[in-house]
Design a protein. Structure first.
Length: 200
């Protein structure tokens, strides 16, 4: 586990547990091998809320727009964050994602691509489905409940509101979803429905 990741996770987890009355459900059934963890995106702290209940490190995907800004690139690299460009296929990012999964690690994604502005679940991007199919790994849906009320996108300071994380059953992705658009959309629809139920 990267030292900065461990320091942030275990240093902030007790504070988050107390401040947000943070609770988790279903994390006891997370796969032992590689998988993609997909959650809704309600706040800037979603990564911490989700990672809090995953024993192994999670390599989160982050938009390169944010990865390259604000002088935090060194920290993102130290945390194992994988940058990816919005709306484009970056072969280097795809290779890094596949290599990460091949090593047996966990990749964390927020399929909506952006933090919600109104608390509603936005449509997901199909790239996550193609990636899971190519790597031959399951996707575990997760629902973050209460994070929007605790720390909405425009807020400067998080509020002490209860936050709960629920993990669903791993979802297998058919191999055909690597290139078959219809298979991608069917799998994506199932995934986003599962996330919506878990976040409710």
């Amino acid at each position: 586990m990267p030292s900065l990741y461990a320091s942030m996770k275990f240093g902030l987890a007790p504070i988050a547990d107390w401040y947000f009355s943070l609770r988790g459900e279903g994390h006891d059934r997370l796969p032992a091998g590689p998988f993609i963890l997909a959650a809704n995106h309600s706040s800037m702290l979603d990564w911490l809320f989700v990672a809090r209940f995953v024993a192994r490190p999670v390599r989160f995907v982050l938009s390169r727009e944010f990865f390259d800004q604000y002088g935090f690139t060194w920290a993102y690299r130290s945390l194992g964050v994988i940058p990816i460009r919005d709306g484009a296929i970056e072969l280097s990012a795809v290779r890094q994602l596949l290599t990460t999964l091949k090593r047996g690690e966990i990749v964390g994604v927020f399929p909506e691509g952006r933090i919600t502005r109104d608390g509603a679940l936005a449509p997901g991007e199909p790239g996550i489905i193609a990636m899971a199919a190519r790597a031959g790994v399951p996707i575990v849906p997760a629902g973050v409940h209460g994070a929007f009320e605790a720390f909405p996108r425009e807020a400067r300071v998080p509020l002490p509101r209860p936050v709960r994380i629920r993990f669903g059953e791993p979802m297998a992705v058919p191999p055909a979803a690597v290139t078959d658009r219809d298979e991608q959309l069917r799998a994506l629809t199932s995934l986003m429905r599962a996330i919506d139920v878990l976040r409710s």
